[in-house]
Ligand binder design. Structure first.
Ligand code: SF4
Ligand code: SF4
Ligand code: SF4
Length: 340
């Protein structure tokens, strides 16, 4: 595949500038989540990433780096899982014996590579595509989580808080790409009504918030030998994506999808072709055009209805987490700093 130098690079300096704009103060501790606005209004200053798909060689270094960097956050479930009642409830999901799976998203694999072999304008292309959470600007997962366990931060990162998550999976249902993945046998539901409510905890890319907190690049960006990804303020990333697309006579995905995301892909071939070519299904996101989920009246109404309940639930669960503190080190003892 033809290699090309990017016209401009949103550099480490650009990233650090954005970071200093948002700063560590934007990394909201979970204790404060219930009292904060869970989904700040979209802003051009949010951190966004650009994937130049013409540069990815499919080496998989990013996938390995993600797993290594985030392993401390992975679930350690208790077994056997509680039997759910009524039996028609969502079945438990267990990836703990399949932690090596890399060809789809799982609670232990937050980044996967898709491959597309396509012919476009008489030329054959093999395109490798890193896939993970898009970090939507107005994320339906955070808007509709009934327990306040999902939140978008002012710097554009959407995070799930394993202390609050009940694993019901509403976030996966409303996510246009069905990104979040459930692991049963962990989380608060075990201490509340394990047979009646919840099924575990949902997991996805959190954009390496622990590294951002220290002013470091996310692991997948830092490791990439081809500089496929750049990160910076959204307005710079959008400008760079448009410039790159013009330069390669290519195509953009993520700019308008779901009302706007903070993950922008630029490809030398149309995304409709990529969507047809990639392996899709459970844990394997599509590349279809996506309308704004939160613009839908029903969703807006549901989100508005849920918001106050979520705040109460989050407060209750925060209290509950303290009252019901257990020896489940997989959840309460992780170095995950969101409890601070
Ligand atoms: S590390 Fe870079 S080149 Fe390798 S698969 Fe990931 S994005 Fe592509
Ligand atoms: S891609 Fe899905 S999980 Fe990620 S922020 Fe958007 S709605 Fe949430
Ligand atoms: S930003 Fe971090 S958590 Fe997200 S895919 Fe990259 S390495 Fe994984």
């Amino acid at each position: 595949m033809k290699k090309r130098k990017p016209e401009t690079t949103v550099s480490r300096r650009g990233f650090l500038k954005a970071f200093s704009m948002g700063g560590a103060g934007m990394l909201i501790p979970s204790a404060a989540i219930a009292a904060q606005e869970r989904v700040p209004a979209p802003s051009d200053g949010e951190l966004a990433t650009l994937h130049d798909l013409s540069k990815c060689i499919g080496c998989g270094e990013c996938v390995s780096a993600c797993r290594e960097s985030n392993a401390v956050k992975y679930p350690e479930p208790k077994k056997p899982f509680p039997e759910m009642l009524p039996s028609r409830r969502a079945k438990p999901e267990d990836w703990s014996e399949k932690r090596d799976v890399e060809d789809r998203l799982t609670p232990y694999n937050w980044l996967m590579l898709q491959t597309a072999e396509v012919t476009y304008r008489g030329e054959d292309h093999e395109i490798f595509i890193p896939r993970r959470c898009m970090h939507c600007q107005n994320p339906p997962c955070a808007n509709t989580c009934p327990f306040g366990a999902a939140s978008k931060q002012k710097n554009g990162i959407t995070r799930f808080y394993d202390t609050f998550c009940m694993g019901g999976g509403k976030c996966r249902t409303v996510c246009p790409w069905h990104i979040p993945q459930r692991q049963s046998g962990v989380g608060l539901y075990l201490n509340l009504m394990p047979r009646l409510a919840g099924n575990g905890v949902m997991y996805k890319c959190d954009r390496c918030y622990q590294r951002l907190d220290k002013g470091e690049l996310p692991a997948c960006i830092s490791i990439c030998p081809e500089d496929v990804q750049t990160i910076g303020p959204r307005y710079e990333i959008v400008a760079q994506a448009k410039s790159l697309a013009r330069e390669m006579n290519g195509f953009i995905y993520g700019l308008e999808e779901n009302g706007g995301t903070n993950t922008i892909y630029v490809s030398p071939v149309p995304f409709e072709l990529l969507n047809k070519a990639v392996d899709k299904g459970k844990g394997k996101p599509h590349f279809k055009r996506v309308g704004d989920a939160m613009a839908d009246e029903g969703n807006l109404a549901a989100a508005a209805l849920v918001a106050p309940i979520a705040g109460i639930a989050a407060g209750f669960l925060g209290l509950g987490a303290k009252l019901f503190k257990t020896d489940d080190k997989s959840q309460s003892g992780k170095e995950d700093s969101h409890e601070s």
